[in-house]
Unconditional design. Structure first.
Length: 335
């Protein structure tokens, strides 16, 4: 049963949504041009860029750090239209590759699931529009993307239900209602995850930042957890490139973790079993959890990112999980 609780806890961590700090800064008319960085797109019709996206998950326990999942894929962005008010663009998945690293039952499942989803994504095109500065305003084929995301998630739940470990749990009296859980998942959250890399590439377009280093601490409010924010902005006048980096550390009280566990267990288990587990769950998580997120993006003068990196580290008691995304500009043709 301890293993079950641990699996549920990790799953809750992966699907929980937290409110992060707003790291963008508004336009400051008093700032001098050489003291700020403006992230603006200078795109043209038929501009074509290809990115190599590398994703990995890591498990850390004390001094031990083990990679549990790795995948990479290539995407192409093409500017299909340009007007005074903005751009229309296509974002297409070109290829996909995953590695089998963790040979545990759940590790094998995760690799197979990643590979299955990746292959189904090849050839998929996300069509979107931006402002004249490059800020995404609309996904024009959102209905199609929602439908595909829902289908992929449903397939994932069906594959999970067929795992030997799930059958063993059922035989021992633990019957996880995955269909009920899948039915109650917010499709918008699935789509957000689906569009995560695209949104990351254009996350700061249209923003202005002061060059230099800053650090702040913010107390908890009704909408945000307590967090620390660090930023570093720089610009290279010689080649016109510039970069931004942020580090946000959210401090999550144990009550929030336990609430997430309660909600997830209520979704997965029958009422009687959920009530029995509910009595002991507050003892499972004794300390404050931490979610640390950092990102770094460097841009070429035309406003295309040519290197982007982000990490999300979830620390709960002595166990930590790391999610890393690295995006590199692989090839481009600008007009």
């Amino acid at each position: 049963m301890r293993n079950l609780l641990f699996i549920i806890c990790l799953f809750a961590i992966s699907v929980s949504t937290l409110t992060y700090a707003q790291t963008s800064q508004s336009q400051d008319s008093s700032a001098t041009p050489d003291s700020t960085v403006n992230i603006i797109s200078w795109f043209s019709v038929s501009d074509t860029v290809e990115y190599l996206i590398d994703k990995s998950n890591w498990r850390m326990n004390g001094q031990d750090t083990v990679i549990t999942n790795h995948a990479s894929y290539t995407v192409r962005i093409v500017v299909t239209d340009s007007t005074a008010s903005g751009y229309k663009m296509d974002y297409t998945y070109l290829d996909f590759h995953s590695d089998t690293i963790d040979d545990s039952p759940l590790g094998i499942y995760q690799t197979k699931l990643t590979e299955s989803i990746g292959k189904k994504l090849i050839g998929t095109t996300i069509r979107f529009e931006t402002t004249d500065c490059g800020e995404i305003t609309k996904i024009t084929n959102l209905g199609e993307i929602k439908k595909q995301a829902k289908t992929l998630f449903k397939d994932a739940m069906n594959e999970l239900a067929e795992l030997p470990i799930m059958r063993e749990l059922k035989e021992s009296g633990v019957n996880l209602d995955l269909k009920k859980f899948a039915k109650n998942i917010d499709i918008n959250l699935l789509v957000d995850d689906y569009l995560d890399d695209l949104n990351f590439l254009f996350a700061y377009h249209g923003r202005q930042f002061h060059i230099g280093e800053s650090q702040s601490h913010f107390d908890a409010t009704e909408s945000n957890y307590e967090y620390d924010l660090y930023s570093y902005i720089e610009s290279d006048p010689d080649d016109g490139t510039y970069s931004i980096s942020f580090d946000i550390t959210n401090y999550i009280p144990k009550e929030a973790w336990n609430d997430a566990l309660h909600e997830l267990i209520a979704e997965l288990l029958n009422k009687k079993m959920a009530e029995n587990l509910d009595k002991s769950l507050p003892l499972q998580i004794d300390g404050k959890g931490i979610i640390e997120s950092d990102c770094y993006i460097r841009y070429i003068p035309e406003g295309w990112p040519y290197k982007a990196l982000k990490h999300e580290i979830t620390m709960l008691d002595t166990v930590s999980r790391l999610k890393q995304t690295r995006i590199l500009l692989n090839a481009y043709t600008l007009h």
